[in-house]
Design a protein around this ligand. Structure first.
Ligand SMILES: Cc1cc2nc3c(=O)[nH]c(=O)nc-3n(C[C@H](O)[C@H](O)[C@H](O)COP(=O)(O)OP(=O)(O)OC[C@H]3O[C@@H](n4cnc5c(N)ncnc54)[C@H](O)[C@@H]3O)c2cc1C
Length: 470
């Protein structure tokens, strides 16, 4: 029987990055994946294909609505959806083969099949190929990285045609005439944006009184305003209670206060969250403990209650984000190798890749208030930033929250076309325990969008340069 130092079950960003790090540290490593391709949710049906479509559909919007402002004449810009989807699939395939070759170069053995923990230190692998025989491998350590799946509504199960999850909404062969999205989180807002840009009439229903829960409220409200101006209709505080399907079309019933609302749709995307996945893993059978949300319980070193079994990524508590899963994978493997792996959960950015993008790290203003913190706020609007003006991307702002006594930055929030990139600077400053003064004294290249980040930091002390400080 083949024996390993580490066997990782699941090849999403948590699993495959853990495998690379284990390979780098010279550990004999295997990765087990039940699907044909490596890369998990993120690469195959999540982060990457959604961003490929967001980019393509954004270019279409540029051609249709923005190009003329720059003196570029594009008459009758149209979409070849088939080609757009083929490009997205090609991007995914390129990344699939990239991960496969990374496994090879890091000497990681890849097994295709469902991995089941038959006993601590033993993993059985059963391929879905007809006639395949199960094989067992032995290992000193097991890392569970089995990820998550979309949550279904009990009264509206996914049928893959009319009531769909994000997976199908990444591959519609034509834009649904009427597209109803249930849930105004990252996935609903991103896929709502894609199909709105490509011609669907998009309505988003949200149970809460706001969109983008978890992000700073002020910037979330600004994002809602931008998306509304782009043609998306929002109904907040609207609870969907039933969805009926007739001849492939849906009628959803929702209550908004005392009002009952009906929505007709060709497709309904249910994007109300994701839940941890551990079916077929056999973790319960070997005594691994789960919490009340079916997440695997771990300590701060990613150890479950069973010796030699660890868990990381979406299957454990914390934000369901690819970069969180990756860094947990690295820290977990480093711990197994006797090193000091560590993650600062206060410095994990979240991003919604709409246009403008919304990005945030650390505390929101609402959280700072809830904690009773004494904080100061610095803000800077992009309409006062030279590069944003040159780019014709005036929407949005940077907002910092700093501790009133120490000036340490405790939260940063950015709404802008390039917020996903700009937030990285704030993440680094938070990671290093930096202050708004540190950032404000740092020279930023001119003219760049990042100057707005510096100006927002200066504005904490009411000394931003290109606005009137109030
Ligand atoms: C539409 C969409 C867009 C997203 N966009 C972003 C984004 O922009 N940024 C971001 O940070 N996050 C994004 N996410 C979330 C991100 O995809 C997840 O947080 C991330 O994939 C979690 O990584 P993971 O390694 O924990 O699990 P996963 O990526 O879910 O991978 C788990 C893997 O384990 C395999 N597996 C499960 N059980 C077994 C078993 N018993 N044996 C063998 N294999 C098994 C699964 O087949 C899967 O391949 C998005 C998600 C979706 C759905």
């Amino acid at each position: 029987m083949e024996k390993f130092d580490i066997v990782i079950i699941g090849s999403g960003p948590g699993g495959y990055v853990a495998a690379i790090r284990a390979g780098q540290l010279g550990l004999k490593t295997a990765i087990v994946e039940k699907d044909k391709e490596l890369g998990g949710t993120c690469l195959n049906i999540g982060c990457i294909p959604s961003k490929a479509l967001l980019t393509s559909s954004n270019y279409f919007m540029f051609a249709k609505k923005e190009a003329a402002k720059h003196g570029i004449v594009i008459e009758n810009a149209t979409v070849d959806l088939n080609k757009m989807l083929q490009r997205k699939d090609k991007v995914v395939k390129t990344m699939n083969s990239g991960v496969r070759s990374l496994m090879k170069t890091n000497k990681v053995t890849t097994f295709e099949g469902l991995g089941t923990i038959s006993a601590p230190g033993k993993v059985t692998i059963k391929s879905s190929d007809p006639g395949a025989v199960a094989q067992e491998i032995e290992t000193k350590n097991i890392i569970i990285a089995t990820g998550s799946v979309p949550v279904e509504l009990p009264f509206a199960k996914f049928d893959g045609k009319t009531i769909v999850s994000s997976t199908e909404a990444l591959s519609f062969t034509e834009p649904p005439k009427k597209f109803l999205v249930i849930g105004a989180g990252a996935i609903g807002l991103e896929l709502g944006s894609v199909w709105n840009r490509l011609g669907s009439e998009v309505t988003i229903l949200e149970f809460l009184p706001r969109i983008a829960v978890g992000f700073d409220l002020e910037l979330s409200n600004l994002l809602q305003r931008s998306l509304t101006a782009q043609g998306i209709t929002f109904h907040l505080e609207s609870k969907v209670s039933a969805i009926e399907i007739n001849n492939g079309r849906a009628t959803a019933t929702a209550t908004k206060g005392k009002e009952e609302l009906k929505f007709e749709a060709d497709k309904v995307l249910v994007s109300v969250g994701r839940k941890p996945f551990s079916e077929g893993l056999g973790a319960e059978k070997v005594g691994v403990e789960f919490d009340d949300k079916k997440r695997i319980k771990i300590d701060k070193h990613f150890k479950t209650n069973v010796e030699g079994i660890y868990a990381i990524g979406d299957v454990v508590a914390g934000p369901m984000l690819a970069h969180k899963a990756e860094d947990e994978g690295i820290a977990c493997v480093e711990g197994i190798a006797g090193k000091d792996g560590h993650i600062n959960y206060d410095a994990i950015a979240g991003v919604i890749y709409t246009n403008p993008e919304l990005a945030g790290v650390g505390l929101t203003e609402e959280q700072a208030k809830e904690k009773g913190m004494d904080y100061r706020v610095g803000k800077f609007p992009f309409r006062a930033n030279g590069r944003a003006v040159a780019n014709e991307e005036l929407d949005g702002m940077v907002k910092f929250l700093a501790d009133a006594k120490t000036d340490r930055i405790v939260g940063a929030h950015i709404l802008q076309h390039a917020a996903s990139e700009l937030i990285a600077e704030a993440v680094s400053v938070i990671e290093f325990g930096g202050s708004s003064e540190d950032l404000g004294r740092t020279t930023h290249a001119h003219p760049t969008l990042s100057e707005a980040v510096k100006e927002a930091a200066l504005s904490v002390e009411k000394r931003a340069l290109h606005i009137i400080n109030r």
